[in-house]
Write a protein that binds this ligand. Structure first.
Ligand SMILES: [Zn+2]
Length: 77
């Protein structure tokens, strides 16, 4: 699957990437934290980070012998 196809699986809005907190860029939500006593918090990632995470998920899925399903960067596999 091509990079653009993978990135097209996500919705992008201006925000702050969890790995690049100093700058605003296009980001997508990869996880929503719901602490018991605090407001909900969204974890966002930018395009380069999503591609890194997807590559890691792909390698992990191949290593585990299970199908790689892109578009769920917040999941382990
Ligand atoms: Zn990033």
């Amino acid at each position: 699957m091509e990079r653009d196809q993978i990135l097209g699986l996500y919705d992008w809005v201006l925000g702050v990437c969890f790995r690049h907190p100093g700058e605003k860029t296009d980001t997508t939500v990869i996880k929503t934290l719901r602490p018991q006593f605090d407001p909900e918090k969204q974890i966002r990632a930018c395009r380069p980070c999503i591609l890194v995470m997807e590559a890691a998920r792909r390698a992990a899925a191949e290593g585990a012998g299970i199908p790689y399903v892109p578009g769920r960067a917040g999941d382990a596999l």
